[in-house]
Design a protein around this ligand. Sequence first.
Ligand code: NAD
Length: 455
Amino acid sequence: MSTHDVINPATEERVDAVDLLGVDETDEAIAAATVAQRTWAALAPADRGRLMRRFADVVDGHIDELARLEIANSGHTLGNATGEASNVRDVLHYYSAAPERLLGQQIPVAGGLDVTFKEPLGVVGIIVPWNFPMPIAGWGLAPALAAGNAVVLKPAELTPLTAIRLGELAREAGIPEHVLTILPGKGSVVGERFVTHPDVAKVCFTGSTAVGQRIMRGAADRIKRITLELGGKSANIVFEDADIAAAAAAAPMAAFDNAGQDCCARSRILVQRSVLDSFMERFETAVKDIVVDDPALGGTQMGPLVSSGQREAVRGFVEDAHEDVDIAFRGSAPQGAGWWYPPTVVLPTGTQDRIWREEIFGPVVAVLPFDDEEDAIAKANDTDYGLSGSIFTQDVGRAIRVSRAVEAGNLSVNSHASVRYSTPFGGFKQSGLGRELGPDALDSFTEIKNVFIAT
Ligand code: NAD
């Protein structure tokens, strides 16, 4: 069995070593989950809900520990890591009410009684990326378990520690053995096996669009259910009638939070030409004020990138790019050990530039001007992605028109907040398939069964 050394991105020191599982261990876990799922689904709904509330409470008692683990493993800031651990607790609480509310319908028919049931799928495979290890695990496992499924979950190779700990906390809370199994391993081994294994009924994947396409192709062989949460290149549109000071103050962290390693990052800023200068002046001050430092310190706003490879990938878009990239201004970054990269604002020559079109997944944001509402919408939609977006304007009519016109799953007006556990989240176009979170997520972890009883 091979192992993976977990490295602290802020110090480059080894934190831990994790065994990478193979196909045989994955198959054993899926076989055990298949058996455990039947007992889990047969529990009284109130008991399943109670166990999920206990799981939430145990997570709540370990928020600080989970946050510290994420800071060491992923370089997330203290504020973010604490929020991410709290998010797992909240998602578990939210879906703990679901077992007793998985309502079906009674449909009027002749000659009998017709009712529908929401049946669990069986074993669900969840594949998690490295950028938000805890929340993305929680968004999959909580509704899946609530609906009566067993879960096998593969964390990303780089960031397995918090998922492994969550698996232990589930057992501590009384979630039965094999109902939730964490399987650290390679995507090409454990992840692929979720796709090919006949007893995994559904794969819930978050990650790059390229791997998502591969999973979709593989799932076709068995008509396997899938949810895909993929890449993004979201637009932040600032109109001339907006509160420009507020828009400029909010724009940096909308792009640089989690060092830009965020599928919802507003990595394209579109500013109406008439207010471009006044926006850029304020934006520059705000970018230079970002505190990039040791993520464990309370005042830090941005930490390092997750790995040296990710930093090289980001550099490849800016410093080592084939095309000349015009850097408008940059924030700061610590020197020395750690995979640091400064917040960077670039000015593309037009919408065909690679830096404007491709997901960089690092602290780089591109700014382009637009002329009018029609031009803003056209430029915002000129992308294969469609995950999130923001609109800054004081005109209510325009806010509604543009929100309806932008082809993306999650839009915010005069705000960049796009993910809440109680509202649906997911992408248009190549940003994904299906929705997570909110009241409807349970539908993607159940099958509707119709039963007719002759009277
Ligand atoms: P990635 O696609 O490389 O890996 C994601 C996960 O898939 C990892 O666990 C990996 O091991 C696994 N994997 C890799 N190859 C596989 C295969 N052949 N079969 C099965 N599993 C496989 O992505 P990443 O670099 O870890 O994450 C960054 C990407 O995730 C970005 O594109 C980002 O936009 C996207 N993302 C999207 C959302 C969203 O909700 N839409 C959220 C977070 C991240």
